[in-house]
Design a protein around this ligand. Structure first.
Ligand code: AHR
Length: 504
């Protein structure tokens, strides 16, 4: 059996774990909202029409923020359509997803849902078909104390206290030619700066996110960020990045190493952003909101939109995830955590039904996808500081990324509780790997094992349904032993693993 070695040292701190790393995304797209979080006819629906079963899954997932209402959807959205008496709200054509938006759920309903779910909203404004005025109107509606038209309107609609929404996205994927209201970097940069300036006049205490690139493959990647930030550097706090990964042409080896691609994307983006910082001689540092990431079979049937009709809540982007997909999601979480010094916020895209960890039948059953588990474990066990780990691993060759490590890993340590968590993926399709976790830096007796768990399946393509969801879940891994202060753990082929230790 091959082996890998991992040295932990509590002094090698990348950054404190940012809870905002564990955000997700709810877009008015397909059945994410209607039939997903909102389903008044469902037996578990509450007085507001929110599904109780989904709310419970959401709470258990340990989510921090939820981005809303898009996505591509936001670039044509009129937020005023979704307020006031539901029976008076207009239905509109949603050009982004060739659907009809009934506007049954709007900002007030969503905010009620976030309270019930215990999550923080991350609101996006429409900078596609709209601009500064509509953004400040929305901000005044959500955050205004009263005494102005929009803040009084919120009160009239039943919410006395301001929502106090702090995180705002200045548009969505404005670099993408598919975006309604797509702009050049300079045009968008100016609009983002103007919008940010105006929003801060209403509420200076906001975290504002400018749109970065929609993917590393975008032809403008790098120059887009530079040109946008030349206009908006002083006005914004974070820049976004989006990336989706999927297995192409049966090349599982490359797909399993998607984290390598994410690492490079982040490093390249940081270089572009810091280049602007240097040319501006700025002291302020712009960090990253990786506010869309996931596995998404972009070329799969589930993503095809039948553009003949304008359905309400059609089945769209409903990918069903395999065990291999879950291992990739685990690898992407490792990459995000490893970059915690610059990636301070991230959103798994999306939350329910649409490329999501939670699936539902409208009016019926709900279940956890395979990808639910790595996210839930990472959000729960990543506490304290992210540690830079010293990892020696065998490598394997991929068509796409060259030689890559078989094992990838990151660790966290909470100095207050002594809790340590090691997150590791084994990307080998055939070989178990014994990982030697060296804990001697925690003191002469090292650390103690709390529990090791593994998520795997004999068939990497095993995909769960409502009937089989309980067949894939993290299970206790007993293949552990100590050699002095070194813990040996056998990581099965194609697996996501969490090793929890205590170091007091
Ligand atoms: O998450 C699905 C879509 O992917 C979003 O609407 C868009 O921002 C991205 O292209």
């Amino acid at each position: 059996m091959t082996s890998a070695r991992l040295s932990l040292d509590p002094a090698f701190v990348v950054a404190p774990v940012s809870r905002k790393t564990f955000g997700t995304f709810v877009e008015h797209l397909g059945r994410c909202v209607y039939g997903g979080i909102h389903d008044p006819g469902h037996p578990t629906a509450d007085e507001d029409g929110f599904r109780g079963d989904v709310l419970q899954y959401v709470r258990d997932l340990g989510i921090s923020t939820v981005r809303y209402p898009g996505g591509n959807f936001v670039s044509g959205y009129r937020w005023e359509d979704g307020i006031g008496p539901v029976e008076d709200r207009p239905a509109r054509k949603d050009l982004a997803w060739h659907s009809t938006e009934p506007n049954t759920v709007g900002i007030d309903e969503f905010m009620r849902w976030t309270e019930k779910a215990g999550v923080e909203p991350m609101m996006a404004v429409n900078l596609g078909t709209r601009g500064v005025q509509e953004a400040i109107d929305l901000l005044d509606y959500t955050n205004g104390e009263g005494g102005s038209f929009h803040s009084d309107l919120r009160k009239k609609n039943g919410t006395e206290k301001p929502y106090g929404i702090k995180m705002w996205c200045l548009g969505n994927e404005m670099d993408g030619p598919w975006q309604i209201g797509h702009k050049t970097a300079k045009e968008y940069g100016r609009l983002a700066a103007e919008t940010a300036r105006a929003m801060r006049l209403i509420d200076p205490d906001l975290t504002l996110v400018a749109c970065g690139s929609s993917g590393a493959e975008m032809p403008t990647f790098g120059t887009w960020e530079r040109e946008v930030l030349e206009e908006a550097y002083d006005e914004v706090d974070l820049i976004s990045m989006h990336a989706y990964y999927w297995e192409k042409d049966g090349d599982l080896g490359s797909f399993l190493a998607s984290g390598v691609q994410m690492d490079a994307f982040i490093d390249d983006l940081v270089a572009s952003v810091d280049h602007v910082r240097a040319t501006k001689k700025a002291t302020k540092r712009i960090n990253i909101s990786f506010d869309e990431w996931n596995v998404w079979y972009l070329d799969g049937e589930a993503s095809k939109n039948p553009e003949t009709e304008w359905p309400v809540a059609p089945v769209l982007l409903e990918d069903h995830y395999s065990v291999a997909d879950a291992v990739v999601v685990g690898g992407l979480l490792i990459s995000l955590l490893r970059h915690s010094d610059r990636v301070v916020s991230a959103s798994l895209a999306q939350l329910v039904n649409v490329i999501a960890p939670i699936m539902t039948e409208t009016g019926g059953r709900s279940w956890k996808q395979t990808t639910y588990h790595p996210f839930a474990q990472a959000s729960r066990f990543a506490q304290g500081n992210v540690l830079r780990v010293e990892l020696q691993s065998p490598t394997y060759e991929t068509a796409k990324h060259g030689d890559v490590p078989v094992i990838d890993s990151v660790a966290t340590h909470d100095p207050a509780s002594g809790d340590v968590a090691v997150f590791a993926v084994n990307r080998s399709q055939t070989e178990s790997v014994t990982i030697d976790i060296d804990t001697r830096s925690f003191g002469p007796r090292g650390a103690e094992l709390v529990e090791a768990t593994t998520l795997r399946h004999d068939d990497p393509y095993f995909t769960v349904t409502a009937d089989t969801a309980d067949q894939v879940a993290p299970e206790v891994n007993d293949a552990t032993s100590w050699d002095d202060t070194v813990l040996k753990v056998v990581l099965p082929p194609l697996s996501w693993n969490v090793v929890r230790l205590t170091a007091t």
